[in-house]
Write a protein that binds this ligand. Structure first.
Ligand SMILES: [Fe+2]
Length: 154
């Protein structure tokens, strides 16, 4: 893709990553239930990773000679992921996080494949690989364990 298109795609990734980051923060704050400690920590670990990812993606735009998104207004305008204004149950938080992460991983993969710029492609592939592992772990948390007594779910 052209540099212009790559910059556009990176800004969109920056926007979606920022919306996802805020979702992780709100889940970190609001999660409740028996899995509180594990999930509170997991969401924190994830939003710390995503703060770094946002920084790397924004700086990739700067390295290409352009300006990344600078306001939350621009972020919301460019984002395709939705903010979460609800406080869902813990299990649903994991499900929604995994769904958004799957969208992001697919986007990183697509843009990396078409980037036509080695540095940007390497960056996006590295994030994709790392976050695919997170996606696996989230999905593993969602798996129904058949030995559980009914009503004893997560
Ligand atoms: Fe905290």
């Amino acid at each position: 893709m052209s540099i212009e298109t790559l910059v556009h795609e990176l800004r969109k990734i920056q926007a979606d990553s920022t919306v996802f980051y805020q979702r992780l923060r709100q889940y970190h704050w609001n999660v409740r239930g028996r899995r509180f400690l594990a999930l509170h920590s997991k969401f924190e670990e994830l939003y710390e990773s995503w703060a770094e990812i946002i920084d790397e993606v924004a700086e990739a735009v700067v390295i290409l000679g352009e300006t990344p998104l600078t306001t939350l207004r621009a972020v919301l305008h460019e984002a395709s992921l939705e903010e979460d204004e609800e406080v869902p149950a813990a299990e649903e938080m994991i499900r929604r996080t995994a769904a958004d992460l799957a969208v992001l991983v697919a986007r990183f993969n697509e843009v990396a494949a078409e980037a036509g710029d080695g540095r940007a492609a390497n960056l996006l592939e590295g994030i994709r690989d790392e976050q695919q592992k997170e996606l696996w772990m989230l999905r593993a948390m969602l798996a129904v364990r058949p030995h559980l007594v009914q009503g004893e779910g997560p």
